[in-house]
Design a protein around this ligand. Structure first.
Ligand SMILES: [Ca+2]
Ligand SMILES: [Ca+2]
Ligand SMILES: [Ca+2]
Ligand SMILES: [Ca+2]
Length: 426
């Protein structure tokens, strides 16, 4: 009798562990499917950027697939960001424009200080981290400070290569970097609005108070090749002749007298809005030539795309600030067909403010994040990988790849319920 009972128990035990084994290998198979779906998604994004992201264009949301795309038994989503002011509780799907963010390598101290959750000390430490000297700026930190840490390390004294490098910079704690968005999906998940019941700590105000990571990049870079440098009078003349009548082209050219500033001639144009104002062109005229023109022969780093930047980022730009950021966003929403070139800001900002903002703004984008989440069969095996694509050299290239699966579920409650329902129905 006892022997029989023992045998039954043993059999039950093995049956149980067999089920676990099966389920575990089934989950492994599912996450393998999800990983393959993500790789397929990355190829799809490269193709999308190649066809829709040419010459600095931001692919139109309606012209590519972003949500619940089925690949065999797997499914994937592109986790994006919206410029809407209200906090969504469900993810926004799409590619993320890196030029919609503030570039850590080019932003001035004053611009960095305007970011949400930024402290003057951290802003100063960011400048010290990337500048080549070892003299701490006020409130900042150089190697001397980092050498006192356990473990000790040196200040980089070179440009940021990833935004995650911020974790090494003095004063950049998790709260500052992530804010309430513990899974970095741009929406308020349940645990991000429950105070301190579940981590992270949040203020329970039903609004997502994002950290700095949501607003910064190191990738934004605009090429200048194959363009006309407006500082070359001869090239400018040729470019204007292409689009306008000879009479009109000569009228515009006459606004840029020969001989350089010393000979009573023209000053160097350091940005395109400066050129626009001096040229006497209408906004429509300028829109026709803007993408053909540049003010330098080298790539320009860190320009912010005023068509895609969120209010928090627009507010960092000199001449814009918190007040004008809202006006720009309202104009963007009411006049989506008028955003062809940077000249549209002159409809909202005073000439003085537009010229202050001018060195920092663009309407072109060449780098995009594809934040891809996927599940395998029966909605199992959740995975998430972030890719940064760069189109500034023509064919889209992957600049960075980071596995974000560890941050946990990032597709929101509705998708979770939908997938659960599909699972229950099978
Ligand atoms: Ca330094
Ligand atoms: Ca979140
Ligand atoms: Ca919480
Ligand atoms: Ca909050």
């Amino acid at each position: 009798m006892w022997v029989a009972f023992g045998l039954v128990a043993l059999a039950l035990y093995f049956a149980q562990s067999m089920t676990y084994e099966l389920r575990a290998s089934d989950n492994r198979a599912a996450s393998l499917e999800a990983e393959q779906a993500i790789e397929g998604a990355a190829r799809y994004v490269a193709y999308t950027l190649k066809t829709l992201g040419t010459n600095g264009a931001v692919p139109d949301l309606l012209s590519y697939q972003r949500e619940g795309i089925v690949v065999g038994t797997a499914q994937y989503w592109l986790i994006g960001r919206t410029a809407q002011q209200t906090t969504p509780t469900e993810p926004f799907f799409g590619l993320v424009d890196e030029a919609s963010k503030l570039n850590l390598n080019t932003a001035t101290l004053e611009m960095l200080e305007m970011l949400p959750r930024m402290t003057p000390e951290l802003a100063a430490a960011i400048i010290d981290w990337r500048d080549t000297d070892s003299t701490p700026s006020q409130g900042g930190a150089e190697s001397e400070t980092y050498q006192r840490l356990q473990p000790a390390y040196n200040c980089k004294n070179a440009p940021f290569e990833t935004v995650d490098e911020l974790r090494l910079v003095m004063g950049a704690d998790m709260d500052t970097l992530y804010g309430e968005d513990a899974n970095l999906n741009g929406i308020l998940d349940l645990n991000e609005n429950d105070g301190n019941i579940l981590p992270p700590f949040d203020n329970r105000d039903s609004r997502l108070d994002s950290g700095i990571l949501d607003f910064v990049t190191v990738y934004s870079r605009q090429p200048s090749d194959n363009r006309t440098n407006v500082n070359s009078r001869q090239d400018l003349s040729a470019a204007l002749q292409l689009k306008f009548s000879t009479t009109r082209a000569n009228e515009i050219l006459a606004k840029f007298p020969q001989g350089g500033p010393r000979g009573g001639g023209n000053a160097t144009m350091t940005n395109l809005l400066m050129f626009y104002y001096q040229s006497g062109m209408t906004v429509d005229e300028f829109n026709q030539v803007a993408t053909m023109l540049t003010v330098t022969n080298a790539p320009i780093e860190g320009l912010i795309n005023i068509n895609t930047a969120r209010a928090e980022v627009l507010a960092c730009i000199p001449g814009i600030g918190t007040d004008n950021a809202q006006s720009l966003i309202s104009y963007r929403q009411s006049s989506p067909d008028k955003l062809t070139s940077v000249a549209w800001v002159t409809e909202v900002l005073s000439r003085e403010n537009a010229l202050k903002a001018a060195p920092y703004i663009t309407t072109e984008s060449y780098q995009f994040t594809a934040d891809i989440a996927a599940v395998g069969h029966f909605s199992r095996g959740y995975c998430r990988v972030k890719y940064i694509f760069d189109t500034s050299e023509g064919t889209p290239k992957i600049r960075y790849r980071q596995d974000l699966t560890r941050l946990g579920w990032a597709l929101g409650a509705v998708t979770q319920q939908k997938l659960q329902l599909a699972k229950d129905l099978r």
